[in-house]
Each structure stands twice: as structure tokens, then as C-alpha cells.
Design a binder for this molecule. Structure first.
Ligand code: NCD
Length: 305
């Protein structure tokens, strides 16, 4: 029961073995989902989302439902007792009395860790501010492995808001376990944080920092992200970089057959004309959230190994 009762807070808490174990189990889950319809019968998941979400919350809910479990959720933190001044610690202690596992998204970095330290049931971080989004990374790696057949040996470009985007912080950190070459495509204002780059340097993962997608050359995967408007302290700074990138069918030609990924939601950084291309795999990526989250829930609840 190697993951029973484990919290999923930062991808840094997972070894390469742990990550590969989750990916292998997710592939098995995808194949065997039909036989696992009752695996989580009798279990209750609470979702606590203090920031907007479509995919992450719905895919956790769908994952729980597909395994026979139930979901309770605070629709909007504004209508919960948080609005009356309740602390996060008291809220999660309360939710612990009603459920077996908590999935939480919060604007403050470290909020998920605080929740995990407060309760005994497993807590899964569905995004804490600009910090981490570990389950997105698991589904991103699952998608890369499925589409490219492997992760080792690939050249992967991350593009867009690498400063505030939590998905790229988690993903770049996870990729330190693999033999990859990275390219970071950002305007100077939105570069990958120094601590993530230091980690890559320590492990010896080569990365290039460039400003234009056309400079990337041939890459295997282009991971596009949204500029995180809500995280800019100064709206004037956001205006300077708004709409700076746009992937079009013409861009695809310069990238030598790269698979295009995006955690979604997109704003305008990938033209809808790209959606029909065989190289656009962002909706498959979204779908992969289901087997990966079914797996994570089953593992941390200790009903599968
Ligand atoms: C991302 C997030 O919330 O960090 N969305 C997601 O979970 N798929 C990306 C984003 O909001 O840009």
C-alpha cells in the first residue's frame, strides 16, 4: 500500500519511481475502468475550490463517480463559512468529519500543505496559487508518454507564462527525473522562476530560454500556457504581454511535427484552427485527467495498489 493515506501536495514529494508507478497504474486503470465501477463505493470526496476551475474539479468528480464514490463540494468558497471569517484550518477540520479525501484549490501558495498538516485524511492539491499543480503534471506526463511512446530522449518546449503558471512549475520539476532537453519560450517578464532553473542546473537538464516560438526549431512537444492575468500585481504589466503568443497552423510547420499540449483554459494563445490538426492533443490531455485522477484517488484511499 505504497500510497495509502498519502497527500499529493507538490510534485517534489514524488520520486521517479512514484511517478512512473502512478503512470503505469493509470494506464491499467484506463484499460480496466469498466471492471472498477464499485472500487470507491462508500467513499466520499470533498472538493474545496477557492479559485475558478472547470476541468480539475469536474474531472475529480467524474473520476470519483466512475468508481462508485460520492462527492460533496462547496460550490463557491464565498458562500461557505470562510465568508464569516473561518480559518482554512477550521474549514478543513470540518470537512474531514464528512469525507475520506479532500481535493483543494486555493490562491495562496502553501495552502494545500497547511491543510494536509491539519487533517489526517489525504489532501490532494488541485493548485495553490502560482506554486504547484501536481495532478495536472501526472496527467501531462501520462499524455506525453502516450502520445510519444516515451519521455526520455524528448525535446520539450514550455511556452507562455512560465513565471506565474503553476502547471509549468510542476511539470519542469517532474521532468528533472527524465533525460530531456527543454526550451522555455517567454517574454523576459515571464521567465521560469530561479528556483526551478536552479533545480534543473543541479540535475544537469539542459534548457534554452528564448523569446519566440520560431527560434525553438524542432521539438517533440510544445506545451502552451495562458498568461495568468489574475496573478499580475499590476494590470499595466499584464497589458504589456497580453496576447503576445498565438499558435496558428503556420506555426506548426516551423515546429517539425511537435505535439501541441495546453492545460486549458486557453484565451487566445492557440488559434481554434489548430484544433483539427493531428498534432493538437490538448483535448486528449484533458480526457487523460480521468484515468489519472481515478488512479490517484484509489491509491491514496488505499483500495488499490
Ligand atoms: C490550469 C490551472 O488551474 O493552473 N488549469 C487546469 O487546471 N487545467 C491552467 C490555467 O489556469 O491556466
Amino acid at each position: 500500500m505504497r500510497m495509502r493515506n498519502r497527500d499529493v501536495i507538490s510534485i517534489r514529494d514524488f520520486t521517479k519511481n512514484d511517478i512512473e508507478y502512478v503512470l503505469d497504474k493509470s494506464a491499467q486503470m484506463e484499460r480496466e475502468a469498466a471492471q472498477k465501477r464499485d472500487l470507491l463505493r462508500g467513499y466520499v470526496l470533498s472538493t474545496l475550490f477557492y479559485e475558478p476551475s472547470t476541468r480539475t474539479r469536474l474531472s475529480f468528480e467524474a473520476a470519483m463517480s466512475r468508481l462508485g464514490g460520492k462527492v460533496i463540494s462547496v460550490a463557491e468558497a464565498k458562500v461557505s463559512s470562510v465568508a464569516k471569517g473561518e480559518t482554512l484550518a477550521d474549514t478543513v477540520k470540518t470537512v474531514e468529519q464528512y469525507s475520506d479525501v479532500i481535493v483543494m484549490r486555493h490562491p495562496s501558495e502553501g495552502a494545500a500543505r497547511l491543510a494536509a498538516d491539519t487533517v489526517d485524511i489525504p489532501v490532494i492539491n488541485a493548485g495553490d496559487g502560482a506554486n504547484q499543480h501536481p495532478t495536472q503534471t501526472m496527467l501531462d506526463l501520462y499524455t506525453i508518454r502516450k502520445a510519444c511512446g516515451r519521455i526520455d530522449g524528448l525535446t520539450i518546449a514550455l511556452m507562455g507564462d512560465l513565471k506565474y503558471g503553476r502547471t509549468v512549475h510542476s511539470l519542469a520539476t517532474a521532468l528533472t527525473h527524465f533525460d530531456v532537453k527543454l526550451a522555455f519560450i517567454t517574454p523576459p517578464e515571464l521567465q521560469m522562476p530561479a528556483d526551478v532553473k536552479r533545480h534543473l542546473d543541479d540535475v544537469g537538464i539542459p534548457y534554452r530560454e528564448i523569446a519566440e516560438v520560431e527560434e525553438a526549431g524542432k521539438v517533440d512537444v510544445l506545451y502552451v500556457t495562458r498568461i495568468q492575468a489574475e496573478r499580475f500585481p499590476d494590470p499595466a504589466e499584464y497589458e504589456k504581454v497580453r496576447g503576445i503568443y498565438k499558435i496558428t497552423p503556420e506555426t506548426l510547420e516551423t515546429l517539425g511535427g511537435a505535439r501541441i499540449m495546453h492545460p486549458l483554459p486557453r484565451v487566445d494563445e492557440i488559434s481554434p484552427e489548430v484544433d483539427g490538426s493531428d498534432h493538437a492533443i490538448y483535448f486528449q490531455q484533458t480526457r487523460n485527467g480521468i484515468p489519472v485522477r481515478m488512479t490517484l484517488l484509489s491509491l491514496v484511499l488505499g483500495v488499490w495498489e
